[in-house]
Write a protein that binds this ligand. Sequence first.
Ligand code: MN
Length: 292
Amino acid sequence: MLEPRIVKLNTRTGVNVERLLPHKVIRKIGAWCFVDHLRPIQHNEPMVVAAHPHTGLQTVSWPISGQIEHRDSIGSNQNIVPGQLNLMTAGSGIAHSELSIGPGSVPMHMVQLWIALPAESRHIDPSFAHHADLPKFLNDGYSVELLIGDFMGEVAPTRVYSPLMATQLETESQAQATFIMNPEFEHGVLVLTGCASVNGVSIEAGQLLYLETGIAQFDISSEPETKLLIIGGEPMDEKLLMWWNFIARDQSEIEQMRLEWNEGHERYPKFEDRIDGRILAPDLPSVAMRAR
Ligand code: MN
């Protein structure tokens, strides 16, 4: 069971997230290498995150309540509301900003995840996709929405670069159902609201249960008003060097990525937003950084 740790985001407002990955015991689940849970109980202010870069990864934004305006350096300008998914592929480099909008901007409830791109895809051109019509189906009292990969006979339209899945399960009343899982995947179950148990292990809201490969079935029971997110993937052997908003493989790559962003390299075309300004990368640590 992975407990969240509270991390203050670098935003112009007060936003504390519950970070579940990377965790000191579990670095990643498949290529899922970063999980931030923004919960209403943290009493966050609206999100005002100025332009900042990413490399070597995809970001997934999944709002549960609240609305976000996304803008980026390849010209995207996209509002996202609950039930929709933003998938930003950073590849060789992209910059973006995020702004809470609308009357439902507080309390904000959202999950933001990163997917590490494997060696052969990590330098691809940046792209952005908004998915407003994801596959949905019912299974014994659960409303299932498929975000990524294939699950229970459905296939999500989202493009990823390694074997992965993500799905949300939601119940109104108490429910119990069996879900067929890919035994080649390791999985994580994050309870967003309510309380659930997976194969006999209880999970409270905010906790992430890690399940290793070799499990072909989840028996899930839930209290009323429960919402949970399942992520999974084939274990990824590649060692990653994650620093600030970049994913690289060694320190020299990180040094170059940091310099390019801070010096305004053409890799990151300027874009207009309603926030203005940009977040510079901090100083590098004085100790050598290693991939792990
Ligand atoms: Mn970002």
